[in-house]
Design a protein around this ligand. Structure first.
Ligand code: AHR
Length: 325
């Protein structure tokens, strides 16, 4: 772990910041372990979904003591200010590296600059930020726009040539996952016979997915033919609302989601969902590898995109027994 630097000291080391990190060749003993232990502060979004639980588990497994890390974990309950405060606290603690899964895209410029000034590399995981690329070392994540486009292409192919009414449950407003999925999906259904009746955020949670779907059903009733949910959890919440309204999910209202966690895949295999685009949460191993390289001063790519697949009902039945999350 780095000693906390004074402002005067910071000015002096500013120009050689990255080199100095490289020379460190790993972290120090603070926080436990031997000389090679790397202390990492991980600012997670929260625990909003099954995807997030799988991602947290993957990260904790990869950033274990056995793998040479001392992990300081923080989950910000999806509150951007709390997440910024967590990053600031990691800087004050003088960690060797910060891993950030940013809740929202905007608002990171100041604190990322502070990390850079303190000679602490930041590695983004999962979502992206709008801040300058100079302020972080690398990003390990998913192509959210492609995920949305894959979902939209399936919808367009299956329902695009007959008048179809669609409602959308969006992820957290301002997150790259929600913004990019919306962009990709909209592009794919453009020019089809599909009408978007409504689109609202359900914050990636089951509870809000259910509440927002109840509102849609009250407003539009059986006019709704199709639901696109930006993640499985909101789709699973919507299932309850649809059943409570006396409708059959997967039949009366077709459902397309993103993630492919076990509960979502089970709903798909049982015919209650119709299509899922995967969002792979197992990013821990790659992120730990990148962090080690960055701390050792080795060069890394600016981004690593993890591949996703997609499943229909039959493919879900086949894949479910071997699903890891
Ligand atoms: O950023 C990835 C998204 O965040 C997942 O699709 C969603 O389930 C999670 O909360």
């Amino acid at each position: 772990m780095k000693a906390k630097k004074t402002l005067a000291g910071l000015a002096l080391v500013g120009a050689i910041a990255l080199t100095a990190t490289g020379c460190a060749g790993g972290g120090s003993t603070a926080g436990g372990g031997g000389d090679d232990v790397i202390t990492v502060g991980f600012a997670q979004t929260g625990s909003e979904s099954g995807w997030r639980s799988a991602n947290t588990e993957s990260m904790k497994e990869a950033f274990s003591e056995e793998n040479g890390f001392n992990l300081i974990f923080n989950a910000a309950d999806n509150k951007p200010e709390a997440q910024i405060a967590a990053v600031r606290s990691f800087i004050n603690q003088g960690v060797d590296a910060i891993v950030l899964a940013p809740i929202v895209t905007d608002g990171w410029d100041d604190v990322l600059q502070e990390a850079k000034d303190a000679n602490i590399p930041v590695i983004l995981e999962d979502r992206t930020v709008s801040a300058s690329e100079d302020l972080y070392a690398s990003w390990i994540g998913l192509d959210f726009e492609k995920e949305g486009e894959t979902a939209g292409t399936w919808v367009a192919e299956n329902f695009g040539s007959t008048p179809t009414n669609l409602v959308i449950l969006e992820g957290t407003t301002g997150s790259s996952a929600a913004t990019d999925r919306a962009t990709g999906f909209a592009k794919a259904i453009e020019g089809t016979d599909i009408t978007v009746l409504d689109s609202q955020t359900g914050n990636f949670t089951r509870a809000e997915g259910k509440t927002v779907m109840e509102g849609f059903l009250q407003k539009y009733g059986s006019q709704i033919n199709l639901l696109f949910a930006h993640n499985d959890d909101m789709g699973l919440g919507a299932l309850d609302a649809i059943k409570a309204a006396g409708l059959k999910p997967g039949t009366d209202i077709k459902i397309v989601t993103i993630d492919a966690v076990k509960d979502g895949m089970t709903a798909l295999a049982e015919g209650e969902f119709n299509y899922i685009v995967e969002c792979n949460p197992l990013l821990g191993e790659k992120t730990a590898e990148v962090v080690k390289k960055v701390v050792a001063g080795e060069s890394v790519d600016k981004q690593y995109i993890v591949e996703d697949q997609a499943f229909d009902q039959e493919q879900a039945k086949a894949a479910l027994p071997d699903r890891k999350y």
